[in-house]
Design a protein around this ligand. Structure first.
Ligand code: FAQ
Length: 330
């Protein structure tokens, strides 16, 4: 713990001397890789950070259905349609596990949804980009799910039990998603010149937005130091971005496609690729709500929420009726 604290000095992370006895005991449990469970004592900011991250993650899975859902009716074959449908349904399931994990921290799904719709809570920037062609289904599976797995595999070891357990299941499904995306890219890249061009165009448009999924550069990441001290995050944003680039560039080469970065180069000394940073002003602009699809995405979620009100009302009325009948029978 001390090494961690020294490393994060000046980042707002409390030193052991600044902690209360309860906080020291909590940090010792985290350092010993014990899982923190919902009823355990936890610092209020740990709880809030988890609600923010898990809630944002859940919203991403739910909003993330929209760009691919857009192509279900236009998939080129029945088999591709069935696969895409299953993938999009998986994302809905991921959202539900994550909302359940967040609920164990004392926030309701309704509250989280209201915060999403009011713009108080975020979802991943990537889902504010449009999916213009069938090749984009390949790029989303390959790059977006690829980036998601890179981030989520370490989160299987995160300190909060319900989040960690949700991640184990989610990661298994994400790896299938990534493969189906790569398979689409392969078909397109090996297809007609027009299909290969579509695959290249999809890579061109999704490359930098995928790099942005890992969050701002470490120097601008406000939450990383504390989240890593609490093992809510296991790696920094830049570490994961680098791993993603190192893994993905050879995959692009295998497809015969070109990563749209003229500065991309293998650095023998570092044992990593050197690459260009995304345009961070674009990232912050998308976060502010000015991406190409922000308004559409939120409108779609708002409509679904409003149209589903009668279902929630009916289920609540049924639950109340059943509870009243049980009391009457006792
Ligand atoms: N988009 O201090 P940091 C998926 C915000 S799942 C929007 O570095 P942190 C599956 C951040 O919230 C994809 N906002 O923040 C799928 C903070 O603002 P705040 C989602 C972003 O939390 C595939 C501010 O910037 N995955 O794709 C983004 O320590 C295909 C400062 O940043 C997860 O959520 C962004 N990209 O690190 C579904 C994984 N990046 O809240 C369908 C779990 C940063 O103070 C189809 N989350 N911000 O107002 C995490 O690992 C972290 O939350 C990070 C951000 C790494 C995303």
């Amino acid at each position: 713990m001390y090494a961690q604290m020294i490393k994060t000095a000046g980042t707002g992370v409390k030193s052991p001397e600044e902690m209360t006895e309860e906080e020291r005991r909590f940090q010792a449990r985290v350092d010993a890789n014990e899982k923190i469970e919902p009823k355990d004592w936890m610092p209020e900011d740990y709880r809030k950070t988890l609600i923010r991250q898990i809630g944002q993650h859940a919203h991403s899975e739910i909003v993330g259905q929209l760009p691919e859902g857009n192509w279900i009716t236009r998939a080129p074959t029945l088999e591709r349609k069935a696969i895409l449908l299953a993938k999009v349904q998986d994302e809905a399931g991921h959202g539900l596990y994550l909302y359940c994990a967040a609920e164990t921290l004392g926030v309701s799904r309704d509250e989280l949804t209201e915060q999403l719709l009011s713009g108080k809570m975020k979802y991943s920037s990537i889902f504010n980009y449009p999916t213009l062609t069938w090749a984009d289904m390949g790029a989303v599976g390959w790059l977006v799910d690829g980036a998601a797995i890179m981030n989520q595999v370490p989160l299987q070891r995160t300190s909060f039990g319900p989040y960690s357990r949700a991640m184990i299941r989610i990661c298994k499904e994400e790896s299938f998603h990534q493969r189906q995306g790569y398979d689409i890219m392969m078909k397109m890249a090996q297809g007609t010149p027009a299909q290969k061009k579509m695959a290249q165009d999809a890579l061109n448009r999704f490359w930098y937005p995928s790099l942005m999924m890992f969050g701002p550069s470490d120097k601008d990441s406000v939450h990383s130091a504390q989240s890593m001290a609490w093992k809510i995050k296991m790696n920094t944003n830049d570490e994961l971005r680098q791993k993603f680039v190192d893994q993905t560039v050879p995959q692009a080469e295998y497809l015969g496609l070109t990563v749209p970065d003229e500065h991309l180069k293998w650095n023998e000394e570092r044992g990593h690729y050197d690459f260009s940073e995304p345009d961070w002003s674009e990232f912050y602009d998308v976060l502010k709500g000015n991406g190409p699809c922000n308004t559409d995405r939120l409108n779609a979620r708002r409509e679904a929420w409003e149209e589903g009100q009668w279902v929630r009302d009916a289920m609540l009325a049924h639950a109340r009726k059943k509870a009243a009948a049980k009391v009457a029978a006792e």
